[in-house]
Write a new protein. Structure first.
Length: 243
């Protein structure tokens, strides 16, 4: 097994595609002057779901985690492998997470470049930040954290349940699950349910030359990182007892 080619390259590319599609649909809906401006929450949900669909296909060789919470959940479930012939080890887990974070950062940069003329237009700073990272509808760090834990628990627990299904829906199952989580549980926080999905783009927002971008809201940034990690671990632990 080669850590670079078997883990890092597919996880980087899969998470990059995830964020290019996911941040792209958010930009299309909330940045003024786009063709999709005002398309609404369900368009964002479907866009993210289809971004997951594409990202899972791209990262098939590594098991298509494209999310540190999924990686941690698999470890917590007691699995012996993280992906096809990829044993659970500290080095391999770290390789997954580093590649996912780098891929998320890169995907967000590509989405920014695709919408650069629209980022140059006048818009509130929080709207521009919203393309990159999540933010709460009502700020309450405790309850926002709880929401992220619950949403990610559902994601990881159900993903691990897929292994017991006799059919093979593949990436479509993950796409529909993420779409459903967004529609049902995404309202309070924007449903990060993926530490890399939020942290990588938030770093991109900090570094990119975005006109009138304002703060990257680092005071909130721990919620969409720690909440999904806790939720993913709980999903794995419960799955180990349930299945």
């Amino acid at each position: 097994m080669n850590v670079l080619t078997d883990i890092m390259v597919p996880e980087f590319l899969g998470t990059m595609i995830l964020l290019l599609g996911g941040a792209g649909v958010v930009a299309n809906v909330i940045l003024p002057g786009t063709k999709g401006y005002g398309g609404g929450w369900l368009l964002i949900n479907f866009g993210w779901g289809l971004a997951v669909f594409a990202g899972v296909f791209v990262a098939f060789a590594s098991g298509a985690h494209i999310n540190p919470a999924v990686t941690l959940g698999i470890v917590a479930s007691g699995a012996e492998e993280l992906g096809p012939e990829i044993p659970v080890s500290f080095v391999n887990v770290l390789a997954y997470m580093v590649a996912q974070l780098a891929g998320a950062f890169t995907g967000a940069v590509l989405a920014f470049l695709a919408y650069k003329p629209h980022f140059d237009q006048e818009a509130p700073a929080d709207i521009k930040l919203g393309v990159f990272s999540t933010g709460p509808a009502l700020r309450s760090y405790t309850w926002n954290f709880v929401t992220e834990v619950i949403g990610t628990f559902m994601l990881v627990f159900v993903i691990l349940a897929f292994a017991n299904w006799p059919g093979d829906m593949g990436p479509l199952a993950a796409a529909l699950l993420v779409t459903g989580i967004g529609a049902s549980l995404g309202g309070p926080t924007g449903y990060a349910i993926n530490p890399a999905r939020d942290l990588g783009p938030r770093i991109a927002h900090l570094l990119l030359p975005i006109r009138g971008k304002g703060s990257s809201d680092w005071a909130y940034s721990w919620v969409p990182v720690l909440g999904p990690l806790v939720g993913g671990a709980l999903g794995g632990l419960v799955a180990s007892a349930a299945f």
